[in-house]
Design a protein around this ligand. Sequence first.
Ligand code: ATP
Ligand code: MG
Length: 434
Amino acid sequence: MSTTLQAVRGMRDILPEHSRYFALLENCAREVLTAYGYEEIRLPLLESTELFKRTIGEVTDIVEKEMYTFTDRNGDSLTLRPEGTAGCVRAGIENGLLHNQVRRLWYGGAMFRHERPQKGRYRQFHQIGVETFGMAGPDIDAELLLMTQRLWRRLGVEGLELQINSLGTPAVRMAYRAELVAYFTAHQAQLDEDSRRRLQSNPLRILDSKNPALHHLIAGAPQLSAALDDESRAHFDGLRRLLDGAGVAYRVNPRLVRGLDYYTKTVFEWVTDRLGAQGTVCAGGRYDGLVAQLGGRATPAAGFALGVERLVALLEEQAAPPPGAAPDVYLAVLGEQAESLGLLWAEQLRDACPALRVLVNCGGGGFKAQLKRADKSGAALALVLGDDEVAQGSVGVKPLRHDVRQCTWLWPDLLQAVSGCTAADVPRLLARND
Ligand code: ATP
Ligand code: MG
């Protein structure tokens, strides 16, 4: 007996009723990003494993336990990308896009992390990522946030809170790290297993813990803001001034750290309370050291990634359903001659009115069955082409949504009538011929 194959755990099929919302978000993001002067870059899904070890950090959740890593036929260790920044920086250096240049780049696509699947957390998920290079000041940080805010507005997504923080320079973080280790070591008995492990490897990540039992302990931990160097403080104050001036509401969250090692200075998250535990829909910040860390010349950089599935979940809750693929007209074809003429005429109709959605009946069927399909398709009109119409060079027009009489058009007249019309006007126009 053969067993039915299923999708891999944590990897979802995105069916048409949902893919419409994905397309809505992707189209809107492309429009907004393009309007701000961002250019699309398309990057491979596979990179060498070394790239992620060197950028994300050896002791992060991603590198320690979430990567899809395998050895290929040449014996090379490859990894399905868990995020896009590393590949984008690699591509920027390799293709000479970064040195002495200002760049605004974006990309979209699938990312892979072997996490425990749950609502808002999948093993294959999608991000739209934005990376900027060559701009050191807080102005570009502010632009990134204004741009995301505009995207939420355009999408009609409401109730997102912007949280910001500064992680300072690597030197500040080293000093702060020592303070944290001292604090959490003094309270070691209260730590969970994960945090105890992080205490040695990556103590800042304890602040990012999702375990409610640790919240009280974390709230009492020393704050990084108290240890900030002058330059980082000036940068952060500058960002706050720009956001205030532009009317962007935010909350300074001194506990905000990002999961990845490469961040410096500004970090931010857009958060909602409507998605349960997986409430961060967009996250990013500055990573001034990353380009040099990968062998390029030192280049300031900042960016973010937004979680497409989580935003789609918000859209599905809030936005009007985007229009489906219902055709404007359904062409019913009865008989051999009509079948072949129908395909030709449908092409002529598409030439005359390119935006018109024309569905041709394929797969045969009698008149009644075809009209049933036409009705089910959601089309406003059925065009009927049978032996009589073929002989007369005409087509029958049957309105499906309104109680209007059927009428007949000579084909050349119909083509002339619809040419240059908007698709939305065509059904009404054709329904009124006599
Ligand atoms: P989290 O704390 O939720 O694990 P993260 O810090 O690992 O997030 P980033 O690497 O910053 O996430 O990725 C940016 C965004 O991508 C997240 O804010 C989230 O919206 C989305 N994202 C991350 N991991 C997943 C996943 N496994 N499934 C769906 N979306 C995800
Ligand atoms: Mg994560």
